[in-house]
Write a protein that binds this ligand. Sequence first.
Ligand code: ZN
Length: 198
Amino acid sequence: MTSPAPTRRPYHGSCHCGQTKYIAYLTLPPPTVAVDPHPGTTIRIYKCNCSTCHKAGYFHVRLKDAPNDFVLLSPTDPENGGLGDYQCFEKFAHWYFCKNCGVRCFIVGGKTETVDIDLEKWLGRESEGKTTKVWRPKSDGWVEDGGSYFSLNATSLEPKQDGFDLRGWAEKGWIYYLDMLGGKGEDRFGEPHEGGMY
Ligand SMILES: [Zn+2]
């Protein structure tokens, strides 16, 4: 059996109540399935045993190219009260959450922007030239893991989308596990570090 070629497709996601809505391009299967592949070459799927990820039940999906792969359709002002914000540790990353239902759809650290874009064109569809206001990581100067950080929460993606099945991510062995709690272990496939979850 040969696995299908990596395909970049848009997927919809939201919080539970629907106040947070986004579209993200995922390239699946991941072009590279490896521990700590170079950011920008593949999507990275992992779970982390740090106290924040543990309490939030966070399932990391690091996009291949966050500024070009993600648009937040609602709210378009997450940092100005549109979403709740939680910061911990070095206060770099914003763990945004819906103020209504509490769901965390993404974490961001770095420059962002609210812009009018041609959403149909962005989705590769025929465009009538209509513009839509979106919020997204700012492409200019964005260096993933080099001062900029964006992580999507896989559990906020809508289930039952064509080509998207979270069961398969575990079954195919795409998930690797970080040891941020003690910071002692190597990132690895197969088994979470102490304090982590499958
Ligand atoms: Zn909500």
